[in-house]
Design a binder for this molecule. Structure first.
Ligand SMILES: Cc1ncc(COP(=O)(O)O)c(C=O)c1O
Length: 504
């Protein structure tokens, strides 16, 4: 359904190009391509842009639209809470925040039992880092300040969280120096095992041992925590073999450091369990969540802490955790979270994630059989990924001038699927996805890989086939004239176009 005229769409684009800082995009390039695309509606797994183009959202927004779009129950819960109370003074709380903390204690593994609410993933990770350091100060091990995470991971945009990350799409060079004392181990990617493991289990073991080696080298008495996503997104759904997380747990226990599971994407059903740690029966010391906690209906996040650790912050005013996030645990967001979780439970969306995830993975494996450019397919629940290679034997990626990422993204869009193309890709539709919608997604991908596979180096006719293009030449002229007056400073070159091609 067309909701805006072509003129209205162009007017919106013009305003966006002049005033809005669109994440990860550079305005003159967007102007050239007739972007940004502006979305106006969503229902279930489908979204519609202002020009009336409709898509299956195979990325769940940014891996968060777990219950799907357009659930009025969540809107109603937020609305009702807005009518009642929209904020609480510092040092007190609200009923939805209490109920949500209680609910989370029930559904998270083991004795994870106290939640510090934030407004998103980065703040949750930052909070987990601060809790870890403050915890060791309280228990008389003040030297434990270091963090060990993995190359190829993403933990957020703030200074601490960015220091933990190692995703090439988010180079740190613009912002350095970052937080000192952060060290990076390997990603347990069996397809390209950095340590030469020949089976997924061997790769997992070698990669877990590499974390142990870093702990030993740094001095165990100086390490606060190991931080990892149970399934990692930037390199395209890196699912470790089953021995990896139990090994990480055991290593952390052996050296007395904390284990932080960053479940910002994996939490709330994404992998076919409510929390991914359940796949391996482990309880992390701290767990960070965001995204799926409200299915992206409203910003929300949290750091969930095991009882023994949280209890060190009990015992008189000096024990308190001195850390405030103004909007953390906002009552409206808490009410929306509770309703979101209830929908997941009532409709068994976690079970659907496991079932439809297996179905999606089968479909992707069939695509791999047909298309030599698909080098690897992997996934857990509805957290699936693949790697695109020029040569299956050498696992070499396509050269940068093939512009594979943008070309695939555009072709997916032209075939009705929102999916970011690149060397590594994540495929994560909402957890309410049906077999029919997965079939549609797979058949669109099939068509795109068929076309692209025929001529992987064909230059890209970007932005030609989108709706609402009538005024584009005029807009392009105005905007390019505007941007050409500005010096282009400060951006790192992105030699492999990784902003386009890494999955995150
Ligand atoms: C695993 C992980 N942790 C943390 C974050 C940061 O979350 P946010 O963007 O909500 O700050 C992300 C974001 O994608 C993530 O994937």
């Amino acid at each position: 359904m067309v909701t805006h005229t072509a003129d209205q769409v162009e007017e919106l684009r013009r305003a966006a190009l002049e005033h809005l800082w669109v994440y990860l995009r550079e305005p003159s390039e967007m102007a050239e391509k007739g972007e940004p695309q502006i979305f106006v509606e969503g229902k279930g797994c489908r979204v519609t842009d202002a020009s009336g183009n409709s898509y299956i959202d195979a990325m769940s927004g940014l891996w968060l639209k777990n219950i799907g779009y357009g659930r009025t129950e969540v809107a109603d819960a937020a609305y009702q809470q807005m009518l009642k109370l929209t904020y609480m003074p510092l040092g007190s709380t609200t009923e939805p925040a209490v109920r949500l903390s209680e609910k989370i204690a029930q559904i998270t593994p083991g004795d994870l039992s106290r939640s510090f609410f934030t407004s998103g993933g980065s703040e949750s990770v930052e909070t987990a880092m601060k809790i870890s350091r403050a915890y060791f100060k309280r228990i008389g091990e003040p030297l434990r300040s270091k963090f060990i995470s993995r190359k190829g991971s993403y933990h957020g945009a703030t200074f601490g969280a960015l220091a933990l990350g190692g995703a090439p799409a988010f180079p740190k060079t613009d912002y350095e120096p970052l937080l000192a004392g952060c060290f990076h181990g390997p990603q347990p990617n069996a397809y390209r095992c950095e340590y030469g493991g020949e089976t997924p289990e061997e790769c997992a073991e070698l990669c877990a041992k590499a974390i142990e080696d870093i702990i030993k080298f740094q001095g165990p008495q100086t390490v606060a925590a190991v931080v990892a996503e149970p399934v990692s997104s930037p390199y395209g759904a890196i699912v470790p073999a089953d021995n990896y997380w139990p090994m990480l747990r055991e290593i952390c226990d052996r050296y007395g450091c904390l284990l932080i599971a960053d479940e910002v994407i994996t939490g709330f059903g994404r992998t076919g369990k409510m929390f991914a740690c359940e796949h391996w029966n482990i309880t992390p010391d701290l767990m960070t969540v965001a995204k799926g906690i409200t299915s992206g209906y409203i910003p929300m996040g949290g750091t969930i802490v095991r009882k023994a650790i949280a209890d060190t912050f009990v015992g008189g005013p000096s024990a308190a955790f001195r850390h405030v996030i103004t909007f953390g645990g906002h009552p409206v967001a808490a009410a929306a979270s509770l309703r979101n979780i209830q929908i997941m439970e009532d409709e068994d969306l976690v079970g659907n994630s496991a079932r439809m995830g297996a179905y999606l993975l089968d479909g992707l494996k069939e695509l791999k059989e047909k298309h030599p450019m698909i080098g690897d397919v992997r996934g857990l629940g509805l957290f699936c990924g693949l790697e695109i290679v020029k040569d299956r034997k050498t696992k070499e990626y396509f050269p940068e001038d093939a512009q594979l990422g943008p070309r695939l993204t555009q072709a997916f869009g032209e075939n009705g699927i929102l999916l970011r193309g690149g060397d590594m890709m994540n495929i994560m539709p909402p957890l309410c996805v049906t077999a029919g919608e997965i079939d549609e997604t797979i058949s669109a991908m099939d068509k795109v890989f068929e076309q692209t596979g025929r001529d992987p180096r064909r230059p890209l006719p970007l932005a030609e086939n989108r709706g609402g293009a009538e005024n584009r030449p005029r807009l392009k002229f105005v905007v390019l004239a505007y941007f050409s007056r500005r010096p282009r400073v400060g951006m790192d070159p992105d030699p492999r176009g990784l902003v386009q091609s890494v999955a995150l």
